[in-house]
Design a protein around this ligand. Sequence first.
Ligand SMILES: [Zn+2]
Length: 422
Amino acid sequence: MSIEPSAIATAVEDNFAAQIEWLTKLVGFPTLRGQESPCQDWLARDFAARGWSVDRYCLADVDMAHLSGFSPVMDTDYARAVQVVATIRSPEPRGRSLILQGHVDVVPTGPIEMWQSPPFSATVRDGRLHGRGAGDMKAGVSAMVFALAALRHLGYEPASDVYVETVTEEECTGNGALSTLARGYLADACLIPEPTGQRILRGTVGVMWFRLKLRGRPVHVSRSEEGTNAIVSAFGLIEAIREFTKALNERAKQHPWFSKIQNPVKFNPGKIKGGDWASSTPSWCEVDCRIAVLPGMSLEAFRRELAEVVMKAAKRDSFLADNLPEIVWNGFQADDYVLEPGSDFETAMRAAHHAAMGAEPQETILPAVTDCRFYGIPSLAYGPAGADGHGFDESVELESLKKATIVIARFISEWCGLRPAG
Ligand SMILES: [Zn+2]
């Protein structure tokens, strides 16, 4: 059973106003870390209303700390980290099964007054829908849901089992995606409609988060020479890691994939706090950092190398030499990911793109992570064109959202096969 590509395009077109309305609602939930449950509850109800069977659970209920790929967490209550898996089960599965996965967690907005329009009130301007998470990746979530809606609109359902998963923790650990596997959801392939600009994601770096914890000797600032300043000491460690990053990017020039990207290893001291009083030299400082790890290097080896860099720098600091800083590996301990060319999955995705767009899709590699790394089955990121992810005025281009939805609907019809909606 197959449908004319033009019929799929028309069905997506017919539903597109409803899709934008749905996406607007989704962007309206401020799904910052730990605050995703109202959004997930809304999605769970929406999926149930579509006739899908829904598993709603939280991360605290899943035993997964022993699993490979698990990232340790601090200061986070996993009783509030709600995940949703909806299943569309075929009575007589014929095609290949599929996971459609999207994350609904978003990163903080920064100062609201820097946004042209409020981040959690989606606004359409110049053919783009703006809002925090609009591109990364609530538009992609709407694409996977409305691809299925378009097929239903035409009177069809997938002929194989399809799992629609909305997860959290993608922006900090990946433990949401990992939990779906711990809970037993597996399929022949996994599609994640991250905002790739309708390109096929060929690979990503690994990513690690860590916290530098330093101490200082507090004295009255009038006698600052007699004490030390933990914030100033932290600058010394940050500088040493920046130098190390330069060396890593020199090494990257030999890398088979990442030599194509200038300076693919990014180091970011992303959050700093320390000290208690403006007239006392700070006795403590904590810096939350992120760094990339190129494919081919184990995370364990990388942790050792980075720790050596930090401790060597600490030994140049009179106080830190005797009070070594601590490195806490919390958050992402994420492996790299490469989509090996030549899978049936990629071939089917390319054909769907070609049918809808009239040309071969381009490929991309990213100096950042996606959840694709977890699945151990062919996993691929392909989605609409987003802009300003993690920045002010984040957006998604609506025309590319429509096109990506058409491509995904076409892909589902080929990969899973179709049966009459019953
Ligand atoms: Zn994302």
